[in-house]
Design a protein around this ligand. Structure first.
Ligand SMILES: Cc1ncc(COP(=O)(O)O)c(C=O)c1O
Length: 401
């Protein structure tokens, strides 16, 4: 428990991030680089903290979705190569180039406009050509890739640093769509080679592909989910990859009280106690990223007991029925996901209730939830709304246990 912090917080175990990088790295072909995917604030875990840790543990590159995210990393002092994998408007080409940030290109006009903006700012622009081999999202068609690469190669002010594709079904039981995408990508690479163009960095694999398809590794893999200790599917959990979840979400009891039978709880009164019930109010809600769709569906852990959430999840609070744990008191810790005395609730459990994927559950944890970082087994840093990033030592926002 951390005095002075809001009593709902996420703990981010950076040792687990480092472990996950190393666990994947040892399964990659020699020389294959890891690009740590830290978009969306590192899937809710905190981009600068995760990026720094991943690089220390053996990743060599970073990837984000938008330029703002890349600039945040540069601002935090990270000098590793960064790729923006998403769409960057032409007007941002100069800023990207001035910060030595690589951009994704897939059409002549789009690439030209970015390179011209970079040149106007006085910098060369590094680009990665994206090939759409079956995702149907950003990318040049595979049979047009060699011509576009050739043109980019000759374009003044443009450095063709990489070529990549993205796999749509690397986590699916049926591997054949992934093999088909890889085949299309390899065909495009062969055409590039025939045209005499060599591109330093070739990448295709996300976490699932890096773990399942050695032929997808090329010269780098783009590791997102696995970095955070989450598995792309249940089968990969059963294979011997020892990934460790990096985030737990915790809260404390704000009020604990007995309510009589027939007492409605929360907005709309859709939950009504059936018996005298020990109801705990918890200071977190959908504004913290805990979806309202979990109303009456999820549970939390109180002293190792799974207690059901009841009634509607409110914006800032929710209620649980702790009748089975009548010793629970105001201020006691409650685990939203993580472990408590041998019991656990996982991000995947919550994703299953919501009929979504773990990516969304962690990414939704909002910025008003403080992040407490652990490194080498100790609190190393915290991030709160009060003080964006505060090194523990010597600051007035000390934490105590
Ligand atoms: C283009 C691209 N590459 C790599 C990744 C990382 O995927 P994963 O988190 O499954 O490892 C993503 C994430 O969505 C992505 O959009």
């Amino acid at each position: 428990m951390y005095q002075h912090l809001r009593p709902t917080w996420a703990e981010i175990n950076l040792d687990n991030i480092a472990h996950n990088v190393q666990a994947i790295k040892q399964r990659l072909q020699p020389g294959c680089e890891i690009m740590a995917v830290v978009k969306a604030d590192a899937y809710g875990h905190g981009a600068p903290q995760v990026a720094r840790t991943a690089l220390e543990a053996g990743a060599t590159r970073l990837a984000v979705s938008i330029l703002d995210e890349a600039c945040e990393l540069r601002g935090a002092g990270l000098s590793a190569p960064i790729l923006v994998m998403g769409y960057t408007p032409a007007a941002q080409g100069g800023l990207a180039a001035s910060q030595d940030i690589s951009l994704t290109v897939y059409e002549r006009q789009q690439a030209l406009a970015l390179v011209q903006a970079a040149q106007a700012a006085g910098f060369p622009l590094k680009v990665h050509l994206k090939v759409d081999t079956g995702m149907g999202r950003l990318g040049v068609q595979p049979d047009e890739a060699a011509a576009l690469a050739s043109w980019l190669h000759g374009l003044a002010g443009c450095q063709l640093e990489g070529i990549f594709t993205h796999l749509a079904k690397a986590d699916a039981a049926d591997p054949s769509p992934t093999y088909l995408q890889l085949q299309r990508f390899e065909l495009a690479l062969a055409q590039l080679q025939q045209a005499g163009i060599s591109v330093p960095l070739v990448h295709a694999a996300n976490s699932a592909a890096a773990m399942r398809f050695p032929s997808s590794q090329f010269s780098a893999v783009r590791l997102g989910l696995a970095l955070y200790g989450l598995y792309p599917n249940a089968q990969l959990r059963e294979r011997d990859f020892d990934l460790r979840p990096a985030m737990t979400l915790n809260t404390t009891i704000a009020q604990a009280k007995w309510l009589p039978a027939n007492n409605p709880v929360s907005y709309g009164g859709r939950f009504v106690t059936q018996r005298p019930s020990y109801i705990i109010t918890l200071p977190f809600g959908y504004a913290d990223g805990f979806s309202r769709a979990l109303s009456g569906k999820g549970s939390v852990l109180v002293s190792g007991h799974k207690v059901p959430l009841i009634g509607a999840v409110c914006m800032d609070q929710c209620m649980a029925d702790a009748t089975e744990v009548p010793e629970a008191q105001v201020g006691d810790p409650v685990v939203i996901w993580g472990n408590s005395q041998g019991q656990s609730i996982t991000v995947d459990d919550i994703a299953a209730i919501l009929d979504t994927i773990s990516y969304e559950v962690v990414t939704l944890v909002s910025k008003r939830v403080p992040r407490v970082y652990f490194r080498h087994g100790q609190v190393s840093e915290l991030r709160t709304l009060l003080q964006h990033t505060t090194a523990i030592a010597g600051e007035n926002c000390r934490v105590t246990f």
